[in-house]
Design a protein around this ligand. Structure first.
Ligand code: FAD
Length: 231
């Protein structure tokens, strides 16, 4: 058995459907039943040809988890290996995946701020759902999408920003929307994910303009132009 076969679980695709540019993929594997998952964590999928010398891996946040399944929401764009695998996948296919892991998870705070684009909203969904009241009631999310059809169902107070044909990379629109937010005087806890340069710009605004401590802003770059598979 190869090393990577010991680190990954073989799952069956249970469901694969599309809404907007999102593909909803549910994976089922007995080994997932007891796997721990904290909202905001991700799995890594083998999206290349099985048996290839070097596995091609792509990372996807877990949208939901129940029993022996994980639900993913993969945004289709371009023709990278992740996009090709996701566009072609059908119920009954098999795939190797890692168990959920990662430290992009909520910490206790008086309120939470979630900022990102479509791919980041996949992580935000379960993070918001799992927050205890009144933390969720006091939370804010700012999510940039290409159009309304790419809005995922997020709990809480969400400001949707429409991209209107602009690039998702180094997004001025998302930063502006965060600048315009009426937030409490005291810092909360921010979770900023998605395109790397936009993530940096949002963090810079919170730290430099609003005086939030750096440790209060948790960042996770998911992708950036010209870079293939960030993790
Ligand atoms: C921790 C983590 C969690 C993630 N969670 C999700 C998730 O839940 N859902 C999801 O769809 N993706 C998620 N991603 C992104 C995902 O891992 C891949 O980067 C993405 O699917 C692109 O893979 P690819 O093989 O199709 O393209 P690649 O070959 O990796 O990239 C090809 C080109 O596409 C560009 N690109 C990548 N993503 C985008 C985008 N969103 N918009 C425009 N251009 C892009 C790249 O910059 C690159 O130039 C996550 C990434 C990380 C690191």
């Amino acid at each position: 058995m190869k090393l990577w076969e010991m680190l990954f679980v073989r799952a069956t695709v249970d469901r694969a459907e599309s809404t907007g540019r999102f593909r909803h993929v549910r994976l089922r594997a007995g080994a997932l039943r007891d796997a721990e998952w904290r909202p905001g964590q991700q799995v890594r999928l083998h999206v290349g040809a099985e048996g290839a010398l070097a596995p091609v891996l792509r990372t996807y946040s877990v949208w939901d988890r129940a029993g022996d399944t994980v639900e993913l929401r993969v945004l289709l764009h371009g023709d990278g290996p992740g996009a090709r695998w996701t566009a072609a996948v059908r119920a009954g296919d098999e795939v190797l995946l890692s168990k959920p892991k990662g430290d992009f998870v909520t910490r206790t705070a008086p309120y939470h701020l979630f900022v990102g684009e479509e791919t980041a909203s996949v992580a935000f969904g379960p993070m918001l759902r799992a927050l205890p009241e009144p933390e969720r009631a006091a939370s804010r999310a700012v999510v940039e999408v290409a159009g309304p059809e790419d809005r995922l169902d997020l709990d809480g107070d969400v400001t949707w920003v429409q991209r209107d044909g602009e690039s998702a990379a180094d997004s001025k629109g998302l930063v502006r929307a965060v600048q315009l937010l009426d937030l409490p005087g005291e810092p909360g806890r921010a979770y900023v994910a998605g395109e790397a340069r936009t993530v940096q710009a949002v963090r810079q605004h919170l730290v430099r303009d609003r005086g939030w401590p750096r440790r209060s802003v948790l960042t996770k770059p998911f992708w950036t132009p010209g870079k293939r598979g960030m993790e």
